[in-house]
Design a protein around this ligand. Sequence first.
Ligand code: ARG
Length: 259
Amino acid sequence: MKKGLFLSLLLVLSIVLAACGGSTTGTGTSEKKVLKMATSADYPPFEFIDTANGSDEIIGFDVDLAKALAEKAGYTIEVQDIDFNSLIPALQSNQVDLVLAGMTPTEDRKKSVDFTDIYYTAKHMIVSLEGSSISKIEDLEGKTLGVQLGSIQEEEAEKIAENVDVKIENRNRIPDLVQEMKANRFDAAIIEDTVAKGYFEKDKDLTGFTLADGEEGEAGSAIAFPKGSEYTEQFNKALNEMKENGELEALIVKWFGGE
Ligand code: ARG
């Protein structure tokens, strides 16, 4: 009898505790910490403004990936658009918590920010107008070559200029590079293959060729955080989980098509 009373008291107590616990985790989940992500939304299918749907939402592979990783690590993400060249300064001044922008973890950038492992690898392409007869590096002799300001394509162009007499011009946004080619101010531009292919599909006036591997034919993408950020490790863990369970591959197929 005494034991029975004790047990029922215990039961009541545990129900009360469970109810309290339930309500705190309930508000806990709706109060997930919001991380500020920056990107340069000029880079379909990595990141672009969803104009087709008449919205101004930033969508793309990087946005989906960021949201999936944040979900796993217990955060939510808010995305903002910044010119590519200003992304690293935004991290350094702690205006944003992370950057996903198809950004390559170069040795130089590693001095200013921390990176996760690489989540996707692209190649450099020389893009030009159909009929421009630019089909190899040497054809750039005497020509004007456009690159995105602050990108590794800018460094790639400088390497080309060591051997070929080419004039390098930079612009803030990828669509500006295409515009300049159309206006005949640029003869060609260096753009990553994944992004260039999107242009080729929509625009039959454009053509291009891939730079040979070797020195620095490749451009990997990784997630950047301010130096010493606690999030780097958490996101890297989530990223490796997504690599192993096939979720990353599914996002690659969704945005880049089967390859
Ligand atoms: N992977 C290249 C880099 O890190 C280009 C990235 C450009 N990204 C963009 N969202 N525009 O320099």
